[in-house]
Design a protein around this ligand. Structure first.
Ligand SMILES: [Ca+2]
Length: 287
């Protein structure tokens, strides 16, 4: 549980720090699920589907209605006959095969040891359909599914391929801005944090009902982390974060200082109260 409470805070830190150092190798434009296949698919009809499959450009989340879900984040895709074979991160480099079947989608999940040139072989195929409206069973997964795409926008803007702070800040705004004002308010940030919590718990193959979305602690900590982020960075006090505020002190690494004064004993400044006391004592020359 602790992990889920910490996840939004971890993301808060990730959002306000340049992500370049944390990101993976630059994504090649060829690593992509074909656009017509992206979006949300259902297995077992639209009234009472048994599973949901969400496909983003570089990821897949499979969510059975009554079991633990699975997250795949792709590092490579390639075409083989009418299939797209996507290979995901992970020690066993799991693969997901996808192909259109009329208006529907067919998938296959090969065993780890099956060679690519033997695919799909006799693996059972799963058929998925689009539904005109979200079946209620999966309504609570919506923010997480949205974040599956949002994290890719952030990665594209913050990875080493772009690698500069203004682009990273703009990508974070783009990923999280719901209202279209190009700013992030508390609710928009909390939504990102809840989505991140969902993704982290899915990655850990934890049951969806334990994920941050439906878990009170996770949801509350998302709001707390969002308030913290807004209060920490909202320099103009409008209650929302702009790309400029996100990039403040990061876009331009600047320090000015003052030639007067003398160094305080920094080891005494490690806590908030000590900080104030240390500064006052330092100013008063009693350190
Ligand atoms: Ca602001």
């Amino acid at each position: 549980m602790t992990r889920f409470r910490l996840a939004p805070l971890a993301l808060a830190l990730a959002l306000v720090a340049p992500l370049a150092a944390r990101a993976q190798a630059p994504a090649s434009p060829t690593i992509a699920v074909p656009e017509p296949l992206r979006g949300v698919w259902f297995e077992g009809g639209c009234t009472a589907p048994t599973a949901l499959l969400a496909l983003s450009a570089r990821g897949a989340a499979r969510l059975p209605a009554d079991d633990t879900g699975r997250l795949l984040r792709f590092t490579a895709t390639r075409a083989q006959s009418d299939w797209t074979i996507a290979t995901a991160r992970g020690a066993e480099a799991p693969r997901l095969m996808l192909r259109p079947a009329g208006d529907e989608l067919e998938t296959a999940e090969p065993a780890n040891k099956t060679r690519d040139d033997r695919l799909p072989g006799d693996i059972p195929l799963t058929r998925w359909q689009r539904c005109p409206a979200t079946p209620l069973t999966f309504a609570a997964q919506g923010e997480g599914i949205a974040f599956l795409g949002a994290i890719e926008v952030i990665e594209a803007g913050c990875g080493p391929a772009s690698g500069n702070v203004p682009e990273c800040a703009a990508a974070i705004i783009r990923a999280g801005d719901v209202s279209g004002d190009n700013l992030l308010g508390t609710a928009e940030l909390a939504r990102l944090f809840r989505g991140a919590t969902w993704l982290v718990s899915l990655q850990a193959e934890v049951a969806p009902e334990l994920s941050g979305l439906t878990n009170t602690a996770g949801a509350v900590s998302g709001v707390v982390a969002a308030r913290l982020a807004v209060e920490s960075l909202d320099y103009d006090g409008d209650g929302r974060l702009s790309a400029r505020e996100l990039a403040q002190d990061r876009a331009t690494l600047a320090t000015v200082g003052d030639p007067h004064g003398r160094p305080l004993a920094l080891e005494r400044l490690s806590e908030g109260a000590a900080l104030m006391r240390g500064i006052l004592e330092g100013l008063l020359g009693s350190e």
